[in-house]
Design a protein around this ligand. Structure first.
Ligand SMILES: NC(=O)c1ccc[n+]([C@@H]2O[C@H](COP(=O)([O-])OP(=O)(O)OC[C@H]3O[C@@H](n4cnc5c(N)ncnc54)[C@H](OP(=O)(O)O)[C@@H]3O)[C@@H](O)[C@H]2O)c1
Length: 287
């Protein structure tokens, strides 16, 4: 059995969608009982877990040979994921496919510092492992920037003119699927990027072209960017984490391109322009 944590989230929901499409049996682990119930109504084997409550984890992971481990972007994310690693050991999980982040081992930015200690704990657990180290998701354009694009035809960053090789989560999920269902991925760390690196100005130009109305990218100073995140109610620790990520982008560390997606899945990584066109076709940007 395969257990998928974060099943209601951006990436986890795509992982279970692809597992369902492939008619591969799995157990979806949900944080919210309501979301678990909704999944059950669709015929999914769904359990509830809370990384803060280890007693919920062992029963959820029981009988699972493979675990897709994804932690939420919270101040205590590393501690939560470490609870899951302990539970995986207790439940005799054989292989952990861990959602990590690009550049984790160098620990030169906030998210890498969150993920790397968990990677180390997974390695030390004695359980076979595969690490997925994606760059920033293309889908962040909708998840985090969509509101202001719809309201003001503008999105904000503090990335300046940095090139970023954003990756489509459908490709990240496809790599996860391979690692969860095939052998040969044990002991592998995959750095997952899109096929090109774009600045946010290029993203705004593409959106403008596809939507037929001017969509602006506004580059903010780090302090204005942080103020914006705080004004939206983001906890300061998470705002600082995101700000440090923007610094990492600005310094050009997120521009490199890998072929890991193609090598693992046999399919070329999806392009940002195609993702943008698909969001437009889905009607999410309004008139
Ligand atoms: N976004 C990016 O560009 C990017 C790039 C590279 C790496 N990452 C990494 O990817 C991960 C985020 O992936 P995502 O965007 O798919 O996440 P997401 O959409 O924010 O989903 C987080 C999931 O965790 C669940 N969750 C929250 N609190 C929990 C708890 N206490 N116990 C158990 N489950 C809990 C959530 O359940 P509910 O839906 O019920 O709240 C949700 O299913 C992070 O580890 C991040 O560092 C992200």
């Amino acid at each position: 059995m395969i257990c998928v944590t974060g099943s209601s989230g951006t990436l986890g929901s795509e992982v279970i969608r692809q597992l369902s499409a492939g008619k591969i049996s799995y157990r979806g682990a949900f944080f919210s009982e309501q979301k678990a119930e909704k999944a059950r109504l669709k015929g999914i084997e769904a359990v509830t877990i809370d990384y803060n409550r280890p007693e919920t984890l062992v029963p959820a992971f029981q009988d699972c040979e493979k675990l897709f481990l994804l932690g939420p972007n919270t101040p205590d994310q590393a501690r939560l994921e470490l609870n899951a690693v302990e539970a995986a050991k207790a439940a005799n999980v054989r292989h952990i496919v861990k959602q990590s982040v690009m550049g984790a081992p160098a620990q030169s930015f906030s998210l890498a510092k969150v993920h790397y200690p968990v990677e180390v704990a997974v390695k030390e657990s004695g359980i076979a492992w595969t690490f997925l180290r994606p760059n920033s998701f293309m889908q962040n354009l909708v998840t985090y920037m969509g509101e202001t694009i719809r309201a003001e035809d503008t999105f904000y960053s503090a990335s300046s003119t940095a090139d970023i090789s954003h990756v489509d989560i459908r490709d990240v999920a496809a790599v996860a699927l391979k690692a969860l269902t095939e052998t040969g991925h044990e002991g592998m760390a995959y750095t997952l990027t899109g096929p090109e690196a774009w600045t946010y100005d290029q993203v705004s130009e593409e959106l403008t072209k596809v939507l037929g109305r001017r969509i602006r990218h506004m580059n903010l100073s780090p302090s204005d960017y942080k103020d914006g995140m705080l004004a939206q109610g983001m906890p300061e620790e998470i705002a600082d984490r995101m700000l440090d990520l923007e610094r990492y982008f600005r310094q050009g560390h997120a521009s490199h391109i890998t072929r890991d997606i193609e090598q693992v899945t046999g399919q070329k990584a999806r392009q940002y322009a195609d993702y943008i066109r698909q969001t437009a076709d889905s009607g999410i940007w309004g008139e």
